[in-house]
Write a protein that binds this ligand. Structure first.
Ligand SMILES: C[S@@+](CC[C@H](N)C(=O)[O-])C[C@H]1O[C@@H](n2cnc3c(N)ncnc32)[C@H](O)[C@@H]1O
Length: 390
């Protein structure tokens, strides 16, 4: 592809990303993968270059841009080589007109900046939310030793996470096959709050594709029982093949019917040593990986997430045995999804208590701990551990 054709491809993709953000469609990564699946003429260098342009444009536009072209103009304004591709030649974008409307800058929509500031995330910390994320892996001790894998791949250790490695971006992980999982350090740290040990019975209520389920299974040395549940058939179906590759044999999955979860979980009521609730949330802590997610979020979508969080907290609480732990996690920095949810839960369940957490990173927030990309160099998370009375 010519440089101009790459810019034009990025503009077309940005149009699709903008439409998806407005209509609740697919994530940018998915749209990029679909775009290239039907354009076999694009080589790996073309794909990487187009992808970099798309993400550069997404990161520069705080509000949803009017169009893909408007989103690309600020990138051209900062990079003469990109500006030069707007030359109107075959497959290239038309020349930039004087005074042409460009997307507005800023970090995020104003209502979100206000909500984050009210949650103690100031302007500098907000800027870090859309930085590029590092490549972290969790070495699977059931399959390999972290030191051996570090010797093979390079990378640097992460303080407080003996099984983690931070690798140079772009490290090829295709050959790993179950020896390690790509998992942000923040995700690994919040999994520690479950305090999983061999022999326990644990429910991972919102297991999705099982990123945290596998971390728990490794902490349990593949000894005990984990029930991984979700309401999303597609996500949950990816879990068992991953578990097999990872050599994990203690996980069973169960697909839940939304609003009828406890009927399907009757055999686990009051039984679990620990329940992990990695709740559905706005994802404000993972914008480093999905920066277009800040264009999708609306006050109504946020309210829908907080209602789901209250619901899964109630479901999870019913499964914990007396004296057991309920670990509530969101990958969000907004108090309404974190500290406020836990405060409301404890107000409604005065016999439960929040247990202080000793994690390798994060700072206290409400009755839990918050990981902040600016301060902790991880994705953003809130985590709290609640103990059911004996
Ligand atoms: C943050 S994601 C989980 C990510 C996963 N734990 C991981 O580490 O990869 C939240 C999940 O909650 C699921 N979910 C939403 N409502 C639910 C419910 N009522 N019961 C169980 N899972 C639910 C979603 O389908 C989604 O997969």
């Amino acid at each position: 592809m010519t440089p101009g054709a790459r810019t034009q491809a990025a503009i077309e993709l940005l149009d699709a990303v903008i439409d998806a953000a407005r209509g609740g469609g697919a994530a940018a990564d998915t749209l990029i993968a679909r775009y290239f699946a039907t354009r076999r003429y694009a080589g790996s260098k073309d794909r990487r270059a187009v992808r970099d342009l798309v993400y550069a444009a997404i990161r520069r536009a705080g509000e949803v841009p009017a169009s893909g072209r408007a989103a690309m103009l600020p990138v051209a304004a900062e990079d003469a080589a990109v500006a030069a591709t707007f030359d109107g030649s075959t497959h290239a974008p038309a020349p930039i007109a004087a005074g042409e409307d460009a997307a507005t800058g800023g970090i995020m929509p104003a209502w979100l900046a206000e909500a984050l500031a009210a949650s103690g995330i100031d302007a500098d910390a907000q800027a870090a939310l859309i930085d590029r994320a590092p490549l972290d892996i969790r070495v699977n001790r059931l399959r390999n030793d972290p030191a051996a894998l570090a010797a093979r791949l390079g990378g640097t250790p992460i303080v407080g996470l003996p099984d983690a490695l931070r690798l140079p971006t772009g490290t090829n992980l295709d050959a790993l096959d179950g020896e390690a999982e790509v998992q942000d350090a923040g995700s690994q740290i919040v999994s520690l709050a479950v305090q999983a040990v061999p022999g326990q019975r644990i429910v991972d209520l919102c297991a999705g594709g099982g990123g945290k389920t596998l971390a728990l299974a490794a902490a349990m040395r593949n000894d005990g029982q984990i029930l991984a549940t979700d309401v999303d058939r597609g996500r949950l179906s990816r879990l068992m093949p991953r578990a097999e590759r990872a050599g994990v044999g203690i996980v069973a999955t169960r697909l839940l019917d939304p609003r009828r979860e406890l009927e399907a979980l009757a055999d686990w009521q009051g039984q679990a040593d620990a329940v992990l609730i990695d709740a559905p949330c706005s994802g404000t802590g993972t914008w480093r990986r999905n920066p277009e997610a800040r264009w999708r979020l609306t006050p109504a979508r946020l309210a829908a997430f907080t209602a789901q969080q209250r619901h899964v907290l109630d479901v999870g609480a019913a499964l914990v045995r007396p004296g057991g732990g309920l670990v509530y996690v969101t990958c969000s920095l907004l108090d309404v999804e974190g500290a406020d949810q836990v405060a409301a839960f404890l107000a409604a369940h005065p016999d439960w208590r929040a247990e202080p957490l000793d994690l390798p990173a994060g700072s206290p927030r409400g009755q839990g701990v918050r990981l902040d990309p600016a301060r902790d160099a991880t994705d953003g998370f809130f985590v709290a551990r609640l103990i059911r009375p004996c």
